[in-house]
Design a protein around this ligand. Structure first.
Ligand SMILES: [Zn+2]
Length: 263
């Protein structure tokens, strides 16, 4: 049986097979039309997520420290300093804590991982009104159905935009590309710029890319708005640190008060 593309329904072809988690055979397929590259029927995901953040992910701290000044600058420039933001697939919550430390009102959602750094700031739905934007860092390569994932991010938060990180593939279907990470069994979806544009089209959104940072949005931003925000972050980040008040102490007082009133 030939699996069709989960994004555009196009025909797909097998690029290679590999052993994941040291014992399951994975079949990698690529769409002929939109270049969505995916693992066909990954039946081992429960096993792969027994430990949500794979032990081999040595880049987790470095990635978050590199990202948060850029992401804070992008969010403030495109969506404003006072909006509510939700980080999907937040993992341990390190990025949420870093962005709250800057002064942004960020919450988290993650069905798979126990949050360590931002407990008390889980997203609890509509009580805070619509979110200004959703963020998703190192998440899109984990999802089995990208259309449904982006749709859920927007529907569950009322947001019109998703800002996310992703390494795009170069169409060469190189089985040795490091991002495939077959040893973890968790990376199952890979995208080219063309895939992103088709994904956006299917959801009535527009796509903007800036290196490994991407934006899918229903709002009208000028082409280049995202890459300009990323490029200017060295200027804008120190300014927004002066302009915004860190949430370190307010969050501490809020959580201490909650602990007292429930204890
Ligand atoms: Zn496709």
């Amino acid at each position: 049986m030939t699996a069709s593309c989960g994004i555009c329904d196009g025909t797909t072809r097998i690029t290679h097979r590999a052993t994941v988690l040291g014992r399951h055979e994975a079949t990698y397929r690529m769409c002929d039309a939109c270049a969505y590259w995916f693992v066909d029927e990954p039946h081992w995901l429960d096993e792969a997520y027994a430990e949500a953040v794979a032990a081999v992910d040595t880049g987790v701290v470095q990635r978050n420290l590199h990202l948060y000044p850029r992401l804070a600058s992008v969010l403030v420039r495109l969506f404003g300093p006072t909006g509510v933001y939700v980080d999907y697939g937040a993992g341990y919550g390190l990025l949420v804590r870093l962005l709250r430390d800057v002064g942004l009102d960020v919450y988290w959602q993650d069905a798979h991982c126990q949050n360590l750094f931002a407990r008390g700031f889980e997203w609890d739905g509509s009580r805070r009104g619509a979110a200004a934007a959703v963020t998703a860092v190192e998440v899109m390569e984990h999802v089995t159905d990208p259309l449904a994932f982006v749709d859920a991010c927007l529907r569950e938060t009322g947001a019109h935009s998703l800002v996310f990180t992703q390494h795009l593939h170069d169409l060469s279907a190189d089985p040795s590309w490091w991002y495939l990470a077959p040893e973890t069994g968790q990376h199952i979806s890979f995208y080219a710029p063309r895939t992103m544009r088709v994904l956006a089209e299917r959801l009535g959104m527009t796509y903007h890319g800036a290196g490994t940072l991407h934006l899918l949005t229903k709002r009208n931003f000028r082409q280049g708005a995202l890459s300009r925000s990323v490029r200017l972050h060295r200027l804008s980040y120190p300014l927004l640190r002066c302009r915004l008040r860190s949430r370190v102490m307010p969050d501490h007082r809020l959580l201490a008060h909650r602990t007292c009133s429930t204890g």
